[in-house]
Write a protein that binds this ligand. Structure first.
Ligand code: FAD
Length: 489
């Protein structure tokens, strides 16, 4: 029979690794970590580009300088991770139109204020419509500058609505990780606490890379996990840390399937059928009633898991890196971020130069999201380079040099990610996140999308992974039952 461990953790991103660390600290060392890719880190991932280390996934430690300390900032400080302060607030004063003119600061400030007012009015009308009052939504952005600012507010600044829990709890400052060891160095530091490492490499055979989980069979007795390469693992519990995008895809099948409301309804249909059958009692009818009643009760507790997973939006966020032989963009204070205003919303809108992070690197980064991200993921990097150069020539003139290299991450088409991070609807109670987080039998769910206050962030993933108390309680309870029965025997 396959090897059985106490816990299998699926996914070695920040939440999977922090879950492993907490389990080990609580004496549960008998674990296996199954990771689909050939590395740990998940959406924290560095790559070498143009002679420096760039972050393809998470780049910033968001939420610093407030009343509470952000745990990820603490980890970074302990590890001596090199970071630079980012001040996005200047970006709105560096907005270029298609002829390369910068909008005067007054125009930009007015447009920004108008966009914020529109966003607040939109929210009010959405809330009012939900309770049945009809309020006309304000007019939507139309001009290139309005569209650019709308994009910055809604797609870049994480589409959250004030008050943003990260800023309230941890402060409003954001620091860009600019360290050759990468953001992922924090994960190696955490792994060192509970996995065997040597010379910066994890050599512990409890961590199994290139293990793509395809099936979870769960019952009261535990979970059987099957991987793409035909391996089978068994455990008392599973901690599933794959992204919301992966949960929405068909990469992993659950047997039995995750509870859904149509099952819920069918249970009730089953129940009423069983009820009518019970008028003619027979052994079969009684069994039918019992099975469906148990099923309905279970679904009442873990309601609409599958629907909650479907409902959560997935944000696609892509940073494209471009390397140049020389710098042709303005540097110095207040110039790190700049914006391109185009009539197509989100078309190569948000730019950053990397001179503060890596002086002399001659690298620019442009951020695309959602539809634009998916569009460029589907085309060749040469086509993307041509488009980006067209935009830069609009802003800085026809004589700028061509980029010598381009790096385009593809988070949407990566079957182990299927997007960049979870994006709960603006108006949503916490029920969705509770449903997504709720365990199903012996399967526990973690990952940034299970964090009530910090979904979408690295610290959300970290704190969600740390929160293994449900599992620990169940584990202790089962252990004490075992000990009691041994004692009685
Ligand atoms: P993941 O890191 O996705 O870990 C899940 C792991 O599961 C992965 O390693 C994956 O390979 C593995 N897996 C998937 N399917 C399977 C399977 N079938 N079998 C086995 N293993 C599987 N956050 C910030 O705080 N600041 C930022 O600046 C920021 N910017 C971002 C920019 C981008 C482009 C992206 C993509 C994300 C960004 N984030 C940012 C979000 C942050 O990266 C995530 O919230 C966080 O890293 C998620 O960690 P996680 O452990 O929940 O998931």
């Amino acid at each position: 029979s396959p090897p059985r461990s106490s816990v299998i953790i699926i996914g070695a991103g920040i939440s999977g690794v922090s879950a492993g660390k907490v389990l080990a600290e609580n004496g549960i060392k008998d674990m296996v970590i199954l990771e689909a890719s050939d590395r740990i880190g998940g959406r924290i991932r560095k790559d070498s580009f143009g002679g420096v280390s760039v972050e393809l996934g998470a780049g910033w430690i968001a939420g610093v300088g407030g009343k509470e300390s952000n745990p990820v900032w603490e980890l970074a400080s302990q590890s001596g991770l090199r970071t630079c302060f980012s001040d996005y607030s200047n970006a709105r004063y560096n907005i270029y139109d298609r002829s390369g003119k910068i909008f005067p600061s007054g125009v930009a400030a007015d447009s920004y204020k108008k966009a914020v007012d529109v966003a607040i009015e939109n929210l009010k009308s959405l809330e009012a419509n939900l309770v049945g009052e009809l309020i006309e939504p304000p007019s939507s952005p139309k001009t290139p500058i309005e569209l650019a600012i709308d994009f910055i507010l809604h797609d870049f600044e994480m589409a959250e609505v004030e008050p943003i829990s990260t800023y309230v709890d941890f402060g409003e400052r954001e620091f860009l990780v600019a360290d050759e060891r990468g953001y992922e160095h924090l994960l190696y530091k955490m792994a060192e606490n509970f996995l065997f490492t040597s010379e910066g490499k994890i050599l512990d055979n409890r961590l199994k890379l290139n293990k793509v989980v395809r099936e979870l069979q769960h019952s009261r007795n535990g979970v059987v996990v099957k991987t793409e390469d035909g391996c089978v693992y068994e455990a008392n519990y599973v901690i599933l840390s794959v992204s919301i995008g992966v949960l929405q895809s068909d990469l992993i099948s659950f047997r039995p399937p995750l509870p859904a409301s149509d099952q819920f309804l069918s249970c009730f249909a089953g129940l009423s059928m069983a009820k009518s059958m019970s008028k003619f009692p027979s052994l079969r009818a009684v069994k039918y009633i019992r099975v469906h009643a148990a099923c309905a009760l279970q679904l009442l507790v873990k309601r609409w898991k599958a629907e909650a997973i479907e409902k959560c939006d997935v944000m696609v966020y892509t940073k494209i890196f471009l390397k140049f032989p020389d710098k042709f963009w303005p540097c110095g204070p207040g110039k790190e971020f700049f914006i391109y205003a185009h009539e197509r919303r989100g078309y190569y809108t948000f730019w950053q130069h990397m001179e503060n992070a890596y002086p002399g690197s001659n690298i620019l980064v442009v951020t695309l999201t959602n539809g634009e991200s998916k569009r460029i993921e589907a085309q060749s990097d040469e086509e993307t380079l041509e488009e980006a150069m067209g935009v830069l020539r609009d802003m800085f003139g026809p004589h700028i040099p061509n980029a010598t290299d381009i790096l385009v991450p593809r988070w949407w088409n990566n079957r182990f990610q299927r997007g960049s991070y979870s994006n709960y609807p603006i108006i949503s109670d916490n029920q969705d996140v509770h449903d997504i987080k709720a365990p199903v039998g012996c399967i526990f769910f973690t990952g940034e999308h299970t964090s009530e206050r910090f979904s979408g962030y690295v610290h959300g993933g970290y704190l969600a992974g740390e929160n293994t108390e449900f599992l620990l309680k169940d584990f202790q309870w089962r252990n004490s039952i075992c000990q009691c029965s041994l004692y009685i025997l």
